[in-house]
Design a protein around this ligand. Structure first.
Ligand code: YYY
Ligand code: MG
Length: 150
């Protein structure tokens, strides 16, 4: 139960399929605060850096191809336990196992087109936010803050 920030990215398939508004809406309606937002197409070395921890995996080059295949929406979301709760909102990595009601459960079928990324820990969030938002988050507080937190 601590204030955290997480890095959330709508992958190229999510952008192409018109899911930007739907996805942002789920985080926004939950009560989390948007602290950074950009539509950006990244190049291979940048995508490789983002997924550096997976560089030994057999799916790594295909994953990088996918991430650089079109623009993505990069976001910083803030809130209490947003890293863990964000991962729950997103659902299991393989959409075949993602529960209905989650983003992947509702909008994806194959693991290689699973629509969205979310940081898996506070430490990865810190690294990913630094990589994607070197300028840092936007400082602001929602007027609904005291209606969301007790
Ligand atoms: O954090 P999350 O995105 O849920 O999964 P990761 O284990 O970090 O893998 C990143 C990314 O790689 C995943 O979203 C899809 C892809 N991937 C894959 O294509 N095949 C796998 N067997 C595992 C992951
Ligand atoms: Mg991951």
């Amino acid at each position: 139960s601590k204030m955290e920030q997480t890095f959330i990215m709508i992958k190229p398939d999510g952008v192409q399929r018109g899911l930007i508004g739907e996805i942002i809406s789920r985080f926004e309606k939950k009560g989390f605060s948007l602290k950074g937002l950009k539509l950006i197409r990244v190049e291979r070395p940048f995508a490789e850096k983002h997924y550096a921890d997976l560089s030994a995996k057999p799916f790594f080059s295909g994953l990088v191809d996918y991430i650089i295949s079109g623009p993505v929406v990069a976001m910083i979301w803030e809130g209490k336990n947003v890293v863990t709760t964000g991962r729950k909102i997103i659902g299991a990595t393989n959409p075949a196992q993602s529960e209905p009601g989650t983003i992947r459960g509702d909008f994806a079928i194959d693991i290689g087109r699973n629509v969205i990324h979310g940081s898996d820990s506070v430490e990865s969030a810190r690294k990913e936010i630094a990589l994607w938002f070197p300028e840092g988050p936007v400082a602001w507080q929602s007027c609904a803050h005291s209606w969301i937190y007790d």
